[in-house]
Ligand binder design. Sequence first.
Ligand code: DUC
Ligand code: ZN
Ligand code: ZN
Length: 486
Amino acid sequence: MDKLDLTIRHGTVATAAETTRCDIGIVGEKVVAIAEHLPAGARDIDASGRYVLPGGIDSHCHIEQLSGMGIMSADDFYSGTVSAAFGGTTTIIPFAAQHRGTSVTTTVADYHERARTKAVIDYGFHLIIGEPTDKILNEELPAAIKGGITSFKVYMTYPKWKLEDYQLLEVLNVAQREGALVMVHAENDDMIRWIAKHLIERGHGAPKFHGVAHDALAEAEATHRIIALSRLLSVPVLIVHVSSPEATNTIRAAQTFGAQIFAETCPQYLVLTAEDMDKPGVEGAKWCCSPPLRDKAAQEAIWAGLANGTFQVFSSDHAPYKFDATAKIPRGDQTTFKEMANGVPGIEMRLPILFSEGVLKGRLSINQFVALGATNHARMYGLYPRKGTIAIGSDADIAIWNPDIEQRIDYSMMHDAVGYTPYEGHVYKGWPEIVTSRGRIVVEGGALKVERGSGQFIVRGQPGPVAATQTAKIDGPARKLRSLIR
Ligand code: DUC
Ligand code: ZN
Ligand code: ZN
C-alpha cells in the first residue's frame, strides 16, 4: 500500500450501522483504507479512548441570511462555519432566502458569493421560497435544482413568507416533478397573530408571552394540514424544528400509516424550556425562537421521538441574532415579543448536547447519534455516501470525540459572532477534539487550522425520500388524482 497521508488509529469507529475498533487511512480528500491495523501514515493520530465518527452535517442553519422579519443574522460564512467545525460539524446546509421581489437566480448567485470566500467547511444551500410565481416555479426553481440545490423550505407563518395552502400545493407539485424535497415551517399564522394581538393590547409584551402566542395547537394544526397536503399529492415533506408532543404524535401517526412524512428537531427543544424566556425585562429575548421552547413533558416527547425514529434529522436551527438594537431588542427594554428576531444560536452546541444528554445518558446509542447528526442528513438531502459516513471512497470528514471531557458552558468558549449562548452555565460531557474535512485537519488543540474560503460548495443529488417515492407504488388519496392530473 502506498504511504497514507493521514491515519487515525486505535479509536472506536462508529457509523450509523455499527461500532468497531479499527484504523482509518486517508489519501488526499478521501478515506481509502479501513482495517484492524494500518501502518502509520505521514501524519498519524492516536485515537485511543476516543470515538471516531463521521463529521456532523447540520442541515438547518441560518448563515449571513436576511430573516422573514428582514433581520440579518450575526454569523457570516466564516464565523458560522468555524463555529460549526468546533462543534464537530463538517458540512452545513444553510438557506439561500428568496425574498419577494427578488428572483431565485439572483438569490442563489448572491449566496454563492457570500459563502465562497469565507466558508472553512463544505456547504450546500436549501432555497427559501418566499414568492412562488409561475416564472419561479417553472423556470428558476428547476434551474436551481439542476445546480445542486435540491431542497427548499416554505413557511406557513410570517407575513413576508407565509404561503397559502393553494401555493403550498403548487410548490409540492413542482417538487414532485423536479425531484426536490420540501421542508416546512408548520405553525398556524392566524392563531399566532390573533393571540399576539390580544396579548399586546393588554400589555403582555414580555418575551415569555412569545411562548403563549405560539401555542402548541398552532404547531399541531399546521402539522396536520401539511400532512394532508402532502398525502393529497403523495409528495414527501420534511417538517422542520418540531417542538411539541402534539406535533410529534401527529407525525408519528402519519408515518405509521405510510405517509411520506419526515421530521427534524433541534437541541433547544431537548434542554431548554419556556421558563428560560421568563427573565427580568427583555433578557428572555435570548431564548425566543419559533416554534418556542415548551415544557419538561415536551422535552420527553422529543427525546422519545429521537429514540423511536419519528425524527430522522437533528439540526441546530442556528438563527444567530445579537441581543441588541439590530435584532433581538430593536426598541431596547420597550421591545415586545412581536418585534424580536426569532431564533437561538446552536451550531456549535448541537452535537455536544446530543452526545452528552443522548449518548452518555443512555437515551440514544452512538449509532443513533451518528444517524441523527450526520448520516440521515446526507441521505435525506442527496449527499450520501460522499458525506455522512466513514467508508472507503467517502470524503474524509471525521470528528474525533473525547467522551471524558466535561465542560461548563461559557460564551467565551463559542466561536460564533452572536455574543451570547442560551446554554450559558449548562454542563455537558463529551467533546470533539480533532475535526477533519476532506482530509484537512480543521480543528486541533482548540485551534482552527484552515484558511478562510477553503470550504467547498457541494452539488447535491436527488434527496433520498424523493428518489424512493419515484420508484414506489403510489397509494392512498393521491392515486386517483395522479391519474387525472399530471
Ligand atoms: N424558523 C426557523 O427555521 N428558524 C428560526 C426562526 C424560524 O421561525
Ligand atoms: Zn422555521
Ligand atoms: Zn430555521
